[in-house]
Ligand binder design. Structure first.
Ligand code: ADP
Ligand code: MG
Length: 347
């Protein structure tokens, strides 16, 4: 009898608790085009007042790092030998230089001359060996110094290109700001760089994000469940042209001046720091799985990765084994099923 009474007293409280747990926070998404890609920001509806300041931040980043706008910091760096830049630009350039060193030039912030020569999405030109050699002379990955706000290039012809890091950097900074202000659910998609804050509505394990199948980019190969982190993906299917059955894509190997041919077709990197995630997704693509494994193991950067090899194998670092879920029907164009393999020293 007593127990029954207790049950009836507790029942409404239990129901209220259950409702609170399952009540889904209403979310709102703002999308716009910036930095040659679509940006979409999903926030709790109650936070929608933040959309305009986020847009302003993205516009600021774009006007700092644009290679084509004459008023941008990067434009000035590229058109003069010595120039003063904003603190944000100086910071990113310093970090880029550190990354060029750590990745042994696989990430090369000074590849502008090679990138312009090929012009993958423009004139789509296959340069001659002489042209590549001449351009590579301007692409020393450590071809500049930063002292305070002053950037000095060793070779005045060197062109910096930060396309491999700026989107991830911006996504990471936004994630950091949202977390600082106590937001417990947000997703920022910066054209292949996804910053995840807290949990998706109705979930307690973060966000479940689909990663494209590089062989059939309209399809999802797998999902990752993560929280408070940035996922950056670099693939050979993003920007490329084809000639005589060969794909020429936009991620270059600074040691050859050609599109990287490391045996990988896409790399996804999960890292709390957005700059590092984006930088590594490009660098690992150039390095290939053996060097990628060594870098992961060295602990220089704290990250996890998924490496899609051209034979359909997907190499996964330890820390992601629990959070990755392969789509059972995922396959290459030739119909070879995609398979997950733990990335380890088997080579
Ligand atoms: P996306 O721009 O498609 O998101 P990435 O983050 O991989 O892909 O960046 C690729 C861009 O980075 C290229 O379009 C080019 O501007 C630049 N880039 C290409 N190869 C390298 C490299 N080895 N190191 C640094 N930047 C690179
Ligand atoms: Mg990148």
């Amino acid at each position: 009898m007593k127990l029954n009474r207790l049950f009836f007293i507790l029942l409404p409280a239990l129901i209220a608790l259950l409702c609170a747990c399952t009540r889904q926070q209403a979310m709102q998404t703002d999308s716009f085009y910036a930095m040659n890609t679509y940006v979409s920001i999903t926030l709790p509806q109650s936070e929608k007042a933040r959309f305009s300041s986020i847009r302003r931040y993205v516009e600021d980043i774009e006007s700092t790092f644009s290679r084509t706008r004459p008023e941008s910091d990067l434009y000035r760096v590229n058109h003069t030998s010595v120039t003063e830049v904003s603190p944000v630009c100086a910071d990113v350039l310093l970090r880029a230089q550190g990354a060029a060193r750590t990745t042994d030039g696989a990430f090369n912030p000074c590849l502008g001359s090679i990138i312009e020569l090929w012009d993958i999405t423009g004139k789509a030109y296959i340069p001659t060996e002489e042209e590549r050699t001449a351009a590579l002379a301007e692409c020393d990955p450590l071809g500049y110094t930063v002292e305070g706000k002053t950037v000095t290039k060793q070779n005045p012809q060197t062109l910096l290109d930060l396309g491999a890091v700026v989107k991830g950097y911006a996504a990471g900074e936004l994630l950091h700001a949202l977390r600082e202000s106590g937001i417990d659910s947000a997703l920022i998609n910066f054209g292949g760089n996804v910053a995840l804050c807290g949990h998706a509505p109705g979930r307690t394990d973060g966000w479940r994000v689909g990663v494209k199948n590089p062989f059939l980019p309209d399809e999802i190969a797998l999902t990752l469940t993560c929280t408070d982190t940035v996922i950056a993906v670099s693939g050979d299917y993003e920007r490329y042209f084809e000639r005589d059955g060969v794909r020429y894509h936009h991620i270059f190997d600074g040691s050859t001046g050609k599109p990287a041919a490391s045996g990988l077709v896409s790399c996804a990197v999960v890292c709390e720091d957005g700059f590092t995630a984006d930088m590594l997704s490009t660098a690992l693509f150039v390095m290939g799985k053996e060097r990628a494994y060594e870098l992961w193991q060295s602990g220089v950067y704290d990250f996890e990765a998924l490496l899609f090899a051209e034979d359909g194998k997907i190499y996964v670092t330890d820390g992601l084994l629990e959070s990755v879920q392969l789509v059972p029907t995922a396959q290459t164009q030739a119909g070879v099923p995609l398979v997950l393999e733990k990335l380890e020293e088997t080579f």
